[in-house]
Design a protein. Structure first.
Lengths: 198, 100
């Protein structure tokens, strides 16, 4: 049985189903990260000793700045992969999506070095309230990066066969994974100043 | 964001590159602003303003929200309302504790 509204737009929503689905999922993600941001504000406001704000001084700003630029670049390569599909250029699609995967890997490697340095200096989630929220927020964000990498890899290698049989449906799939990826970038845009610079 | 012509898509590539450049510049501005001698509250609001501009660029152009369907905008509007509510909770808790 064919699943309806994979490509054609529903009259009531004005879009294909997966698009509404990913936006509803992203709305729930906004609340997930929003709750944790709220916890961050709560802990920061409740800190009368000043130790919470000083936690960020232990973090590596140049590395995080580099990682911010890496994620922004990956957002561009992601949207360029969708553009390439719209223009029917499969070779460029693979190049751009492959670059996105590579940049995601770079982000994780940098994060690995950051985490290693913290552990080496005896800094763990139970060190302070700042580091408990730091590891929770960045850890959850890293899980999202990893999840995105799995999906991107699928669409880059085995899943790309669909382009030959159902090109429009495949393009829509890339648009939805792109929306997810940009959201992950968006979260980092707020995490970076909040955790590293304030 | 559906039903794009090839011409539209080619034009939008230039926009994406412009957004990318703006995001890169704003990242440097964020870091530079953190070295300004501001109070904790001012520094927080300045960082949030810059992050919000960057976020608007990503959501508006990369996620196509500037040209998106009303259904999605309505869903996000509702989400934003609840997000503001949840961000306001710590403030309520502390003013309550202070007996204000």
């Amino acid at each position: 049985m064919e699943i309806p509204y994979n490509v054609e737009e529903r009259q009531d929503t004005g879009m294909y189903n997966a698009k509404l689905g990913i936006w509803l999922f992203l709305a729930s993600e906004v609340m997930l990260f929003g709750g944790l941001f709220s916890a961050y504000v709560f802990l920061r406001m409740g800190d009368i000793t000043g130790t919470f704000a000083s936690g960020s001084q232990e973090l590596n700003v140049p590395l995080a700045t580099f990682n911010t630029l890496v994620l922004i670049t990956s957002s561009v390569t992601m949207i360029m992969s969708w553009v390439s599909l719209k223009l029917g250029d499969m070779k460029k699609f693979k190049m751009h999506l492959g670059s996105t995967l590579l940049l995601a890997g770079v982000f994780l490697v940098v994060k690995y070095f950051e985490y290693s340095a913290k552990f080496h200096h005896g800094i763990y989630p139970d060190t302070s309230t700042f580091f408990s929220i730091y590891f929770t927020l960045t850890g959850l964000h890293m899980i999202h990066i990893l999840g995105g990498m799995v999906v991107i890899f699928y669409f880059l290698v085995p899943g790309s066969k669909m382009m030959k049989t159902e090109p429009e449906r495949f393009t829509n799939r890339i648009e939805t994974v792109g929306l997810y990826w940009h959201f992950v970038d968006l979260v980092w845009i707020f995490l970076f100043p909040v955790l590293y610079l304030l | 964001m559906s039903g794009h012509s090839v011409e539209d898509i080619k034009k939008s590539v230039k926009v994406y590159i412009g957004v990318f450049a703006s995001l890169a510049v704003l990242t440097v501005v964020t870091v530079a602003a953190s070295y300004l001698d501001l109070g904790s509250g001012e520094a927080f609001f300045l960082a949030m303003i810059i992050a919000s501009v960057k976020g608007t660029l990503v959501a508006g152009y990369f996620m196509h929200l500037f040209t998106e369907r009303t259904t999605i905008l309505a869903v996000l509007g509702l989400t934003f309302f609840f997000l503001l509510t949840i961000m306001f909770l710590p403030y309520i808790a502390f003013t309550d504790q202070a007996g204000v």
